[in-house]
Design a binder for this molecule. Structure first.
Ligand SMILES: [Zn+2]
Length: 236
């Protein structure tokens, strides 16, 4: 009972204002292990969730808009959802993109540098340069950095963190010829050094790998919480 009251009071003072969904692969193929399945959903599940949230009255916005909302620069009349996809798998382009296009929903893809251009990561092909460039032309899509090689940044010294972030950032800005201001922490791992480097690089909004819903307006734009979207609770 006390727990319930505490929860009620917490929710009252920290109301949920939206959700940032964390996706990886979107595919019909079923992965072999439960761990792999944590990192993929089917297109049917994605469509189901989008429809469900639209029916509930949520609006779908970009990560740039999420920053504006949590910084108080923009006011929304409804709760929001922002969709993000980590790592840059090819199915993001082939399977997920047509769904976002159909529903006219913004989405953000965080790219690793050393896994692009069709290189296979595990058994999964990554986006090609052509696909990245095409996504960049799509007004619904934002491209962001996810480091060079997907390390746990908090376990690296300052110099190595700097290299991991700036190498990927410079590569993407050069490839696309415009500033890149979005970032997501591999494994959600970061420390104060990471934040300082990101600020220096002109990154404006960063996605964590945990944290649940976005509550209130006290959230830092460099520590935006996310909800991991999985296949399993489709029946709920
Ligand atoms: Zn990742």
């Amino acid at each position: 009972m006390l727990k319930k009251i505490k929860r009620y009071i917490y929710n009252f003072f920290h109301p949920v204002i939206g959700e940032v969904w964390e996706l990886h692969r979107v595919t019909e193929n079923h992965a072999d292990t439960a761990l792999q399945r944590t990192y993929e959903i089917t297109p049917a599940r994605l469509r189901f969730l989008i429809t469900e949230y639209l029916e509930k009255g949520y609006i779908f916005i970009s990560m740039n808009q999420v920053r504006k909302v949590i910084c108080g620069e923009e006011k929304l009349a409804h709760k929001f959802v922002a969709i993000t996809l980590d790592d840059g798998y090819r199915d993001n382009y082939e399977v997920a993109y047509p769904i976002f296009k159909k529903y006219q929903i913004p989405f953000c893809v965080y790219l690793l540098q050393n896994e692009v251009s069709g290189v296979v990561q595990g058994n999964y092909p990554m986006l090609t340069y052509e696909q990245i460039k095409e996504l960049d032309k799509e007004p619904l899509c934002t491209l962001g950095c996810h480091t060079y090689s997907h390390p746990r940044l908090a376990e690296l010294n300052n110099e190595d963190q700097y290299r991991e972030i700036t190498t990927c950032h410079k590569w993407l800005e050069t490839l696309l010829n415009h500033p890149i201001v979005d970032f997501s922490y591999p494994f959600g791992s970061f420390n104060q050094d990471t934040i300082e480097i990101l600020k220096m690089m002109g990154i404006r909004q960063c996605a964590m790998a945990w944290g649940g819903e976005v509550r209130g307006r006290k959230t830092s734009p460099l520590m935006i919480p996310r909800v991991l979207v999985t296949e399993k609770d489709i029946s709920k």
